[in-house]
Write a new protein. Structure first.
Length: 552
């Protein structure tokens, strides 16, 4: 018997025995709800036996038997009433805990978002996706369900680009994009904001101004998916039906994944270029630092733009070098990974800059705790479980938080074991549901999570969606292309371009841009050319250097 904590006041468990009651009492449980009918199993104690044992520990028991697979609305309401009146913490149990967690979920619908309920249950090992049709029937008894040929979840770089690429091929296609955000951000520009090169406002535009005019914008958040019925469930349990679904909501920055970080972000010398409002603070700190210790961190992979953590280091160090204060500043780079960059061909050029800036490299070190007021940070040594936490001080620290798929994705049945949307890495079609495609940061193909990758993926997904709608089984293939313009100094970039397996995929001849060497031309590409290509090309369906080919 194991107690699974749903929240501080509620636990679920499989069938308990009289012998388990003492342990349950030691965990502080005050009340028990039995959801398993007596006599269901030959090895099952009756509830009276459990009740007698519990009474010796002052634990009250209620008997609310539920037949397996037949949780009624009336039972859910009765469970809710018991939950509200019983002394907490409460333990509910049945044969496996499934009926108990189902009752809790149904009782919580009016108080918690559906995606959070599903995610909590899934984290405890209970798949409640089967409840979704039932919930929809309760909430939308006679309502007409809106339907679109293609529904796109997410209006970031990937979502808008794939919509534009679809319309460039079939202008009358019925497309809806679901995204609650009012503002769209050019996130690759935030490194440049943190280096004092771009103004933050140049990286933001109103969402409405970027969406194709024929696309229906559903300004709402997604709560769940009913993939069997081809429906996306919005917050408030409103379904949207589709013929093809494209999933590209990006990823979630888990700021709470580092103890103490949320309380000190944007002050006490703690910053991050991974947030629009914090990137200007990075530049402020860099300008004001004349001496002391500057720390730059990188969390476990996968993350959005794996080169960004060290880009912040290079641009900061270059400023300090040119200001003549680098000699008085100690730079430390703490990387959870074991190498400076995942594609070995680019490491020599990057190492030359690490040496130029006298930066200290600490591999296999993950930031786990920070105290901004005391200017202290703690790192876990990931390749030595017996090693104590490493404590260090700082004057400024650039933090990159751990990253994961959004909650409503991780709560769904679209994911792999790590919580990312599971796709065929070549076609970007879902591995279980052929009517679903995914691209961008949310899917599990082993490519770099960059805007350049989404630029290549969007036309391929557009072609494949139309192939699927036409009834064809032949699709275009994605080669894993991603690009990381590593800003090693102001005015020079190491332009890393690679695909699956680290295969180099340069877009230009070496006489124009040699990606393995710092280049002024690559800097001009990043500073002057890529932003307008993003705003006026990629987001409008103009497919620069992408020619999808259907492969039989």
């Amino acid at each position: 018997m194991s107690l699974k904590q749903v929240n501080p006041e509620f636990y679920v468990a499989e069938q308990i025995t009289v012998q388990d009651v003492q342990h349950i009492a030691s965990q502080g449980i005050q009340s028990i709800i039995c959801n398993r009918p007596d006599g269901e199993g030959a090895d099952q104690p009756n509830v009276i036996e459990i009740q007698q044992a519990a009474a010796q520990h002052g634990i009250h028991i209620e008997y609310l038997p539920v037949t397996s697979g037949k949780v009624s609305d009336e039972q859910a309401e009765e469970f809710k009433n018991l939950y509200l009146k019983m002394q907490k913490p409460i333990l509910a149990y049945c044969r496996t805990g499934t009926r108990s967690i189902t009752l809790w979920a149904l009782a919580q619908l009016s108080d918690q978002p559906l995606d959070q309920i599903l995610l909590k249950a899934k984290s405890l090992g209970y798949d409640l996706q089967g409840l979704i049709p039932r919930i929809l029937k309760q909430v939308n008894t006679d309502a007409d369900i809106a339907k679109h040929t293609v529904v796109i979840v997410g209006a970031g770089a990937a979502g808008i680009s794939v919509a534009a690429s679809l319309l460039s091929r079939q202008g009358n296609l019925d497309i809806a994009i679901i995204d609650p955000a009012e503002t769209h951000y050019y996130q690759p520009g935030w490194t440049m904001v943190g280096g004092g090169i771009f103004k933050p406002e140049t990286t933001a535009r109103p969402m409405q101004s970027l969406l194709p005019t024929s696309v229906k914008w559903i300004k709402a958040a997604v709560a769940a998916f009913d993939s069997e019925q081809k429906q996306v469930i919005l917050e408030g349990c409103k379904p949207i039906a589709y013929d093809v679904l494209v999933v590209c909501p990006g990823l979630k920055l888990n700021w709470h994944g580092i103890e103490g970080l949320v309380e000190t972000l944007g002050k006490n010398g703690v910053t991050s270029n991974y947030r629009y409002d914090l990137a200007p603070y990075t530049w402020q700190l860099v300008q004001n630092l004349k001496g002391g210790k500057a720390i730059f961190t990188q969390p476990p992979m996968p993350i959005k733009c794996a080169g960004a953590p060290q880009k912040a280091l290079y641009l900061s160090a270059d400023h300090w070098l040119k200001q003549g204060v680098l000699k008085d500043i100690q730079i430390d780079f703490y990387n959870t990974g074991a190498v400076l960059f995942g594609v070995k061909e680019y490491v020599p050029a990057l190492m030359s800059y690490i040496e130029r800036y006298h930066a200290h490299l600490h591999f296999n070190h993950q930031l786990v705790k920070i105290d901004g007021a005391q200017k202290k940070a703690w790192f876990k040594v990931v390749n030595d479980e017996n090693a104590p936490l490493l404590e260090t001080d700082f004057d400024m620290i650039h933090v990159v938080p751990p990253q994961q798929a959004p909650d409503f994705i991780r709560a769904s049945n679209l994911t792999d074991a790590a919580g990312w949307v599971s796709v065929d890495q070549q076609t970007l079609q879902h591995t279980q549901y052929p009517h679903i495609f995914a691209l961008g940061d949310v899917m599990n193909a082993p490519n770099a999570k960059t805007a350049a990758a989404a630029r290549k993926q969007a036309p391929i997904v557009a072609v494949n969606v139309l192939q699927y709608l036409s009834g064809s089984n032949t699709f275009a293939h994605y080669d894993g292309y991603g690009s990381c313009p590593l800003t090693v100094e102001r005015g020079k970039i190491v332009l890393a371009e690679f695909g699956y397996g680290g295969k180099l995929l340069p877009s230009f001849p070496t006489w124009f841009i040699d990606g393995q060497k710092p280049s002024r031309m690559a800097w001009l590409l990043k500073e002057r050319i890529l932003p307008p290509i993003y705003w006026e090309g990629m987001l409008k369906g103009h497919e620069w250097l992408v020619k999808p080919k259907v492969t039989s």
